[in-house]
Design a binder for this molecule. Structure first.
Ligand SMILES: Nc1nc2c(c(=O)[nH]1)N[C@H]1C(S)=C(S)[C@@H](COP(=O)(O)O)O[C@H]1N2
Ligand SMILES: [Mo]
Length: 372
């Protein structure tokens, strides 16, 4: 199959944004993928089965016993490693908060025809594997290599272009971000949907860089030109704009919605009186969180911060509130150590990438639940 076959003519073309209700295609995407349940933001580590999921194509069902990772291109010799050989290498476990670049897309209008995330495409896991940088050096990387390309076993079409999901990183990025080759998540072998048996984890960057079902590492002497890097994950003003690459996660916070939900709207019901609000805040590229504020009854209150779960993992925050009867809109916003502050309105992007606008939670405070 050549890369320019387009069996889906009609869906071809530049970024396709639209107003109005979600389409059947978007609902199908959202049923295949899934977000965390916001109540699990109370936990340092997201339970594995509740971690968000974003798969572009079909999940390849790979056999861990026969899986090989190939090294090609500008290495001294081409080589293949089995999973057992990778597991015998120095092992590290790192808690990392992963967030999909499209998280928040549903708050940006007109929207890209893609996964309709609201807030839930984020989670933290303890990833176990081996550091990538020493492994690449050990494989005899040649001095003319400029980038390393990572290719997964999943193949499909996007805008008429057939390709395996792939991404690249420069050597400096691999070193700075503590990139890992990962085979376990929260102490268990990777699940099929999270990249079994082997994936990349690129701490501090949006999730698209963390290639799942990894089967090929190629050292390039020319800049990488893969579809997902050049055509998909770019910040663009308009569809025609060549854009800037999507890289580090933008500063963001979320709260555990307090009280109990209405089944349909998921608006919240609370009894009047004192309540401790809690949530998580995180930023990209290892930059710590320095501040979280919560908007309560029209004033921004300072939240208390706990120690971050890890250098690349979220920080828990708490904030006390005395809930008075009536309807309230609660918001939280984080600031990172570089002084980046979450905006209150969605930053414009043609594909809805990087929307880190403050979360809004609508709460009704009443005299008693029985009165509802
Ligand atoms: N091979 C491959 N890797 C992939 C993807 C994919 O579709 N195929 N999706 C990427 C995106 S966009 C995200 S956000 C993360 C999601 O990882 P998770 O599903 O384990 O949470 O995987 C990334 N790695
Ligand atoms: Mo993503």
């Amino acid at each position: 199959m050549t890369t320019n076959d387009n069996p889906f003519a009609g869906h071809n073309g530049p970024i396709d944004t639209q107003d109005g209700l979600y389409s059947e295609d978007e609902l199908r995407l959202s049923n295949r993928n899934s977000g965390i349940l916001l109540e699990t933001l109370a936990l340092d580590v997201t339970p594995t089965g509740l971690h968000y999921l974003l798969n572009h194509f079909d999940v390849p069902l790979l056999d861990a016993g026969n899986h090989k990772l190939s090294f090609s291109g500008a290495f001294d010799t081409a080589a293949e490693l089995s999973l057992d050989e990778i597991k015998a290498m120095p092992q590290v476990t790192l808690p990392v908060t992963l967030e999909c670049a499209g998280n928040g897309r549903a708050g940006v209008s007109p929207r890209l025809h893609a996964m309709p995330w609201i807030y839930e495409a984020v989670g933290t896991s303890e990833w176990t594997g081996t550091p990538l940088r020493p492994l690449i050096e050990q494989m005899g990387l040649r001095s003319d290599a400029v980038e390393i390309a990572f290719t997964g076993a999943d193949y499909g079409f996007d805008k008429g272009v057939g390709h395996s999901f792939g991404r690249s990183l420069t050597l400096a990025q691999i070193a700075e971000l503590d990139v890992m080759l990962v085979y376990a998540m929260n102490g268990q072998p990777l699940l099929p949907q999270h990249g079994a048996p082997l994936r990349l984890i690129v701490p501090g960057w949006y999730g698209m860089a963390s290639v799942k079902w990894l089967e090929r590492i190629e050292a390039l002497t020319q800049p990488y030109d893969g579809f997902q890097q050049l055509r998909t994950y770019r910040y663009r003003e308009t569809a025609e704009d060549p854009g800037r690459p999507v890289t580090a996660i933008r500063v963001k916070s979320l709260m555990v919605p307090p009280g109990v939900p209405d089944w349909g709207s998921r608006k919240r019901y609370l009894e009047p009186g004192p309540v401790t609000l809690t949530g998580r805040a995180w930023s990209g590229a290892g930059v710590p969180i320095s501040r979280v504020e919560v908007e309560l009854d029209g004033a921004w209150q300072e939240a208390r911060l706990e120690a971050a779960v890890g250098d690349y993992a979220w920080t828990k925050w708490t904030c006390d509130w005395t809930a008075s009867p009536g309807e309230h809109v609660l918001r939280c916003r984080a600031t990172d150590a570089d002084g980046q502050v979450q905006p209150l309105e969605a930053p414009w992007d043609a594909a809805g990438f990087g929307n880190n606008a403050a979360q809004k939670v609508v709460v009704f405070v009443g005299q008693s639940a029985a009165a509802l």
